[in-house]
Design a protein around this ligand. Structure first.
Ligand code: CTP
Ligand code: MG
Length: 387
């Protein structure tokens, strides 16, 4: 069945003004990423819609996982695409994925993480065949015009001014044509739409739909959510251990990375003991058993599967049981490979795969036991989940 409405959620910005290591949409806000919180609002709106997430090019897989988690059974309506240099480029990338039946397109900033679903409904309800709709709120501060020397020139009549938010809604055909015709940068979608000769009207905005731009905004969002962060607050930990023997005849995959010139690991799938331990820790924390029990280690379809497949399936099970991953810690006990040179790389890779911070440590066993004799590796992981 096709949808009449599509919501493009742009999340491809870097968040320079927030100043975090990760792009803004992937920053944690009380136990869930900004993107996850924005999508919860979108999926809670009344009109079933096609949802298109526009993500930074290196984060498409992570964005898809977050989207699938929030969408649950509705994940069939979800598409994810890489964005561009500017917000306008990112919206244009999202427009490429519109289903043929879509008549109304909403463009929404992931950075407006706490936007209430009612605002989305209000915008959808006001779009007509030739009218764009934007949420607006009155300006409460006095507004002055200043010159280049920072001298006040005059006071603007604020009764004529509003400040505007997203989602901004438009009739599909006109918006697509306006984007195709745009030959300059516009500050928002409504400006681009107006420049193509169309009318735009306003509906009442929502204070909670403010955009998280700076650290101060993030702090405000945290305070609004309170300490439970919108979760019931229950935390659960889990533990996982995995052991594999070295096998000179296979390539080494460990921690989701390929390790050239290192002996591989024997065993199930690609033998990635680090990922297997993480899967077991996640399943254990969610009370879902263990990897062998869930995926049948003898099943031929998993024989040569990449361990990322198990991690992906595990995360879907964990999400389906109503849990969000808070963090994961894993320790490798092995003589080889030496993790130190690539620790940042593994942590980044695993954090991307899990969708939450993963910290990685390594040790040798001081010459003792099978790891000390150089017969194989052992990996131990813990996971913390919130419900
Ligand atoms: N956005 C995007 N693609 C870009 C730039 C921005 O999808 N090339 C998205 C952001 O992810 C955000 C929304 O547009 O959800 C509003 O942009 P803004 O708040 O400016 O976010 P950033 O550009 O990420 O932040 P900054 O300008 O501080 O770098
Ligand atoms: Mg920006």
């Amino acid at each position: 069945m096709g949808f009449r409405v599509a919501v493009i959620v742009v999340a491809a910005g870097s968040g320079a003004r927030l100043g975090r290591a990760e792009p803004k949409a992937f920053v944690e806000l009380r136990g869930a990423t900004i993107l996850e919180r924005a999508l919860r609002g979108v999926f809670a709106s009344s009109e079933p819609a096609q949802v298109i997430v526009v993500a930074p090019s290196g984060r498409v897989a992570q964005a898809r996982r977050i989207g699938e988690f929030v969408a649950g059974a509705a994940s069939g309506c979800l598409s994810v695409v890489a964005g561009g240099e500017t917000r306008q480029d990112s919206v244009a990338a999202g427009l490429q994925l519109l289903d043929p039946e879509v008549e109304v397109v909403l463009v929404h900033d992931a950075a407006r993480a706490l936007t209430p679903p009612e605002l989305i409904d209000r915008v959808v309800g006001a779009v007509t065949e030739d009218l764009g709709v934007i949420p607006a709120l009155p300006v409460s501060d006095t507004i002055k015009r200043i010159d280049t020397r920072e001298l006040v020139v005059d006071t603007i009549d604020r009764s004529e001014l509003v400040h505007v938010q997203t989602p901004q809604g438009f009739p599909r055909a006109q918006l697509v044509a306006a984007y195709a015709a745009a030959d300059q940068a516009y500050t928002d979608d409504a400006a681009l739409f107006s420049a193509a000769g169309h009318d735009v009207t306003v509906v009442e905005g929502e204070a909670r739909a403010f955009k998280i731009t700076t650290g101060w905004d993030l702090h405000r969002a945290e305070n609004l959510l309170g300490h439970s962060g919108g979760h019931s607050g229950a935390l659960r930990t889990g533990l996982g251990l995995d052991v594999h023997a070295y096998d000179d005849g296979t390539p080494l995959w460990l921690g989701g990375l390929y390790w050239p010139d290192e002996p591989g690991l024997a065993g199930h799938s690609d033998g990635d003991a680090v990922i297997h331990a993480i899967c077991d820790a996640l399943l254990s924390a969610a009370g879902l058993g263990d990897l062998g029990g869930r995926f049948g280690t003898d099943e031929p379809r998993f024989a040569d599967a990449s361990s990322e497949v198990f991690l992906h399936e595990t995360l879907l099970l964990v999400a389906g049981a109503g849990f969000a991953v808070v963090n994961v810690a894993v320790q490798l006990v092995a003589n080889r490979p030496k993790l130190s040179g690539r620790r940042g790389e593994i942590e980044a890779r695993l954090s991307e795969l899990v969708g939450a911070p993963v910290s990685v440590a390594a040790t040798t066993s001081d010459g003792l036991g099978f790891t000390g004799r150089g017969e194989g590796v052992s990996a131990l992981a813990t996971a913390l989940l919130s419900s």
